[in-house]
Design a protein around this ligand. Structure first.
Ligand SMILES: C[S@@+](CC[C@H](N)C(=O)[O-])C[C@H]1O[C@@H](n2cnc3c(N)ncnc32)[C@H](O)[C@@H]1O
Length: 275
């Protein structure tokens, strides 16, 4: 099969679904197991590769996310395995990681303990273990399937993270200098209005934040204070419209120095507080 024909057909199918047609080229390189820059070296592919590519394009046309097809997502300049059991790491979450790294630096050289609650793919925990040398990182999730992916990501990125299966704090016994979390925060009623790509493919367990989207912020804020050392930090990722409500929750529980950090689009994205 001719590369040009495959690409033309692939682009057309993606365009019909308003999916960026440049993905057709990237997915062809993925099907061939080569870098996209090297596609120019090929004129034809064998039938089985062509069929493999066509199946991939159909998946993408049906709105299976690009990263679930390739099984991979870059985050904080590291590579993460992803599958349908974990949320695909978002660029916005790098804001939380960068803030957490800065906060960890405030502790100086002594060993610090960090908990990443609701770790999913492990992208936050693994990045912190990679970039904060003196951090002992523990990460938890209620989903065993997610933890399996997270464990693989720690190994492939050459870091040690202690993974614990736990419904929120149920199986957490240590105390921490820093607790970070990107919990599920979508309002139940809003889930139906999300892009097909998200609502039909990403795990509901990773999205559903309860009726008002704040269920996890309440539960984690309440319990975290028993698991933080004095002056320890709680750092949350939040939805763009949740800053006021999350600040209020933290205030009521007795946290201080509450501040909100914006993402690169100018939306409220991270809340930091001290106990
Ligand atoms: C929004 S995802 C975040 C994943 C990852 N930390 C990230 O930033 O990409 C939320 C995660 O919370 C987990 N989760 C949902 N309910 C939980 C619970 N009760 N206890 C612990 N984790 C939970 C889900 O399995 C999912 O992996």
């Amino acid at each position: 099969m001719k590369i040009l024909d495959l690409l033309t057909a692939g682009k057309k199918l993606l365009k019909e679904e308003n999916i960026d047609e440049r993905e057709a080229r990237l997915l062809l390189a993925f099907a061939l197991g080569i870098k996209s820059d090297d596609l120019g070296k090929y004129f034809e592919v064998d039938d089985s590769t062509g069929e493999k590519y066509n199946k991939i394009i159909i998946k993408r046309k049906n709105h299976v996310p690009y990263s679930y097809i390739t099984g991979n997502k870059e985050f904080m300049k590291l590579n993460f395995k992803v599958n349908e059991n974990v949320l695909i790491p978002r660029a916005d979450t790098e804001i939380l990681v960068e803030e957490a790294i800065n906060i960890c630096k405030e502790f100086g050289d002594r060993q610090i303990s960090v908990l990443d609650m609701c770790t999913g793919s492990g992208c936050i925990a693994v990045s912190l273990a990679k970039y904060v040398e003196n951090a002992k990182v523990i990460a938890s999730d209620v989903s065993e399937e997610a933890l399996q992916v997270a464990r693989e990501n720690a190994i492939s990125n050459n870091v040690f993270v202690d993974f614990i299966k736990s419904n929120l704090f149920e199986n957490i016994n240590d105390r921490f200098d820093v607790i970070v979390s990107n919990p599920p925060y979508i309002k139940k009623a809003v889930i139906d209005t999300l892009d097909k790509e998200v609502k039909d493919n990403e795990p509901m367990l990773a999205l559903d934040g309860g009726e008002d989207g704040l269920r996890f912020y309440r539960a984690i804020s309440n319990e975290a204070k028993e698991y933080l050392y004095e002056n320890g930090y709680l750092i949350f990722e939040i939805g763009y419209d949740q800053a006021k409500e999350v600040e209020e929750i933290l205030n009521q529980v007795g946290y201080k120095n509450i501040r909100v950090i914006k993402d690169y689009s100018g939306n409220d994205r991270v809340v930091v507080a001290n106990i």
